[in-house]
Write a protein that binds this ligand. Structure first.
Ligand SMILES: [Mg+2]
Length: 228
């Protein structure tokens, strides 16, 4: 039984990363342009509620300092900052109590950003390996099963011995289910309300990692697998 976790919105609240990034950007702009940091920060948060694109463009325009270069600078501060984020308490508890099971992470996204998150959450020492899919090229990102087969190779197991625990039915499960990987959806984060067709949905669903228990894993894997 090999457990593979997604990162964003599965092990921690991704919005907390966004807020942390906005804080870093607001701090930079406040310092370099003598602008009110709190106002910059709350503008970005309000703007986020409308849509998640061009937030820095709009913020810089609002405060009268828009240039392409400044947008680039904001993006690089956002991506490079050391995030102030924490694991969901139930994720932390799970990792503690299931220490002996092989555990992996497979996550999409900018390599630097994802690595900063893993470092901030101190996950490196708590799982066997973290696969940042973008390291292997964009076409290896989910829904590609590429990194999941790497887990199989490393653990010398078939896909049926591996479960992916993740939150986004748009891309997390559809590519790996046909190969026999087990799938479990955690209804957390920005996708928690969406419903997809069976092809995209996980085999099992839970509301929180609190519900990820040994009896549930036994049910998903069948008792024979669990005994190994
Ligand atoms: Mg996710």
């Amino acid at each position: 039984m090999v457990l593979v976790f997604d990162l964003d919105d599965t092990l921690y609240d991704e919005l907390s990363f966004v807020r942390s990034g906005f804080k870093a950007v607001a701090g930079y702009l406040a310092e370099n342009y003598r602008l009110p940091g709190e106002k910059l920060f709350s503008f970005m948060l309000c703007r986020l509620k409308i849509k998640r694109q061009f937030i820095f463009d709009d913020t810089l325009r609002e405060f009268g300092i828009f240039t392409r270069r400044n947008v680039q600078k904001c993006v690089s501060i956002y991506r490079g900052h050391k995030p102030d984020i924490r694991l969901y308490p139930e994720a932390d508890r799970f990792l503690k109590s299931f220490k002996d099971l092989p555990k992996y992470i497979v996550t999409d996204g900018n390599k630097l950003v994802q690595q900063n998150k893993l470092d901030a959450l101190r996950l490196g020492g708590r799982v066997d390996y973290c696969y940042l899919t973008y390291r292997y090229g964009l076409k290896r990102a989910k829904p590609s099963p590429y990194c999941f087969f790497k887990v199989c190779e490393r653990e010398r197991v078939e896909p049926t011995g591996v479960i992916y625990i993740a939150d986004n039915p748009n891309k997390d499960f559809v590519g790996i289910k046909p190969h026999g990987f087990k799938t479990l959806r955690v209804r957390k984060g920005q996708f928690h309300e969406i419903r997809k067709t069976d092809e995209f949905e996980a085999d099992f669903q839970i509301d929180s990692l609190r519900d990820l228990t040994l009896p549930l894993l036994r049910k998903i894997f069948g008792n024979r697998e669990t005994a190994k």
